[in-house]
Write a protein that binds this ligand. Structure first.
Ligand SMILES: C[S@@+](CC[C@H](N)C(=O)[O-])C[C@H]1O[C@@H](n2cnc3c(N)ncnc32)[C@H](O)[C@@H]1O
Length: 268
């Protein structure tokens, strides 16, 4: 085997060292900020689980970038969004569409585009943080009256029973503590009309052990409630809990099953 030229080795070592230092810096910064948030800052129990980035207009503006969400979702962001939009079928014409909680990137824009193209009745966005709703409104300005914004907790929605044809939640359940996850799913189902569909974009337990290993480390640091999605909170089981409604599922997974789009059509 021929040895790499000394200069090339130096360049590679420097690049790796710089990337590793940036990684460690952000890791420590984020971890410390989370510890600070949970122990020092007195929060409302309804919003204590929410990452400080989602609460601050400054940080939202700074971090709501496609390359940020694409990196976090390991290059799968656009595939996930396209799949969510594809599952809003057969037609959005005259339909009421709800997105429970805002998300970074262009997922809401893509849903709104589909709603506009197919003449949906309305697209309602909710979030527990006003700063997130303001950010969504800024991104969706061009859709005018098609979109409306309402500050609501996903675990106690203020909408009437069976009032939406489509309900979307993009990477929300993994952010919620267990009891709130359960309440959120129950609410998403409550507001869904029979024949309607609820569509989730979410993490999924990966097939590859190496992805699971690094995923657990990542979740430990950044997403304290996410491993529940792997260990004791099965999204499909939580939706179809064999009560008085019933569902038909369509599931797509991405990147060795690391991500999923789960669509559940309510049959009765
Ligand atoms: C849906 S997740 C999206 C995370 C994902 N990493 C992204 O941005 O693509 C984050 C959003 O959930 C919202 N959120 C968290 N808990 C909530 C709750 N109980 N009810 C409604 N919205 C909530 C936060 O305010 C934030 O806007």
């Amino acid at each position: 085997m021929t040895a790499l030229p000394e200069n090339l080795m130096l360049i590679i070592t420097t690049i790796v060292a710089v990337l590793a230092s940036i990684g460690v810096f952000f890791l420590i910064l984020t971890r410390l900020s989370l510890v600070f948030q949970s122990s020092v800052v007195k929060s409302d129990p309804d919003t204590a689980h929410i990452y400080w980035i989602y609460k601050s207009p400054f940080w939202i503006k700074l971090t709501d970038r496609m390359f940020v969400v694409s990196s976090i979702l390991l290059g799968q962001y656009s595939k996930l969004v396209n799949c969510v939009v594809k599952r809003l079928n057969p037609s959005l014409e005259g339909k009421r569409v709800l997105q429970i909680s805002c998300a970074f990137g262009n997922v809401s824009e893509k849903i709104a585009e589909s709603c506009a193209r197919q003449d949906a009745e309305e697209f309602v966005l909710t979030d527990i943080m006003q700063s997130e709703l303001d950010n969504a409104e800024r991104k969706l300005k061009r859709f005018g009256k098609l979109c409306s914004y309402s500050r609501q907790d996903a675990t106690k929605l203020q909408f009437e029973d069976q009032s939406f044809d489509y309900v979307v939640a993009f990477f929300l359940p993994h952010e919620l503590p267990f009891d709130k996850k359960v309440a959120h799913i129950k609410e998403a189902k409550r507001v869904l009309k029979p024949g309607g569909k609820v569509v989730f974009g979410e993490f999924h337990k990966p097939r590859l052990k190496i992805l699971e290993f690094f995923g657990r480390i990542y979740f430990k640091i950044f997403e304290p409630y996410a491993t529940e999605m792997w260990d004791n909170f099965d999204l499909a089981e939580m939706i179809d809990d064999k009560q008085d409604d019933s569902f038909r599922f369509e599931k797509d997974t991405f990147l060795f099953d690391n991500f999923q789009v789960l669509a559940a059509k309510r049959l009765v």
